[in-house]
Ligand binder design. Sequence first.
Ligand code: BEZ
Ligand code: FE
Length: 292
Amino acid sequence: MSTRGLASDLPIGEQVAESFDDAPEPLRSKLRIITKHLHAMIDELNPTIEDWNAAIEFLTRTGHMCNDVRQEFVLLSDVFGVSSKVETINHSDIEAATESTVLGPFHMTASPARELGDSIDELGKPDHVLVRGRVVSTTGEPVPRAQVDIWQADESGFYDVQVPDIQPAGNGRGLFRTDDAGRFWFRTVIPSHYPIPTDGPVGEMLLATGRHPYRPAHIHFIADADGYETLTTHIFVAGSPYLDSDAVFAVKPSLIRSFDDCDDPSEAERYGLQNPFKVAEFDLVLAPQNDD
Ligand code: BEZ
Ligand code: FE
């Protein structure tokens, strides 16, 4: 009788799944799902040993690229659309709430506290853009004293942390509190579209597959208030390139906003802007906290 083959008649994937039988739940179920899909992937790909070694080497280089300010594994999850998917399935499915989207890697530094109406541009560029809105509940009540954290790239497509010699720390960022009517407003510049970091294995993969690395122009928001689910989202600048091909699959049509021309000297004066200016409106509609 041949002694070749496996100690069990079961396929390896099923043996591995069974090996987790004594693990506590929910670990057991999660590991069984991971094992099932991993083995299905290998069955379908049928890799050579060289292929598999190349995959391990790619993941090893991805790990080596990670440090306190760079997370190449998150970037890998981003370009496969997994970050966007995980964010979406964990966000409230209440229709009336503002849709969420990815956090991204540039929220790595605290935003400076600012007063309503301040400019988040610290380079003294002529103020010509107003962003304003309200934080409200899904039933329409204003949420006073909500925290609104904002960060964005500049008109050249860079965040402060990427060009510390050009932008002071905190440029393009602001931590605001809504007023008694739940309103917030700030002055800024219109951000540019920009490439995600391409100097690592993820960039190599995009290049090798003919994919571009660009994200459409956007402003990041996190709205936080007691009794409500924290909302992590963006507004996307209407008309920006790459709205239909975001490198990280995070565009949701409901988040696209136009920056409209406004020629109104008294409004400009009220907001401390040069006339004419551009204005974008964006309400952040928060879902009630889910306690389960
Ligand atoms: C961002 O929007 O800041 C971002 C998101 C995912 C990957 C890279 C950048
Ligand atoms: Fe961004």
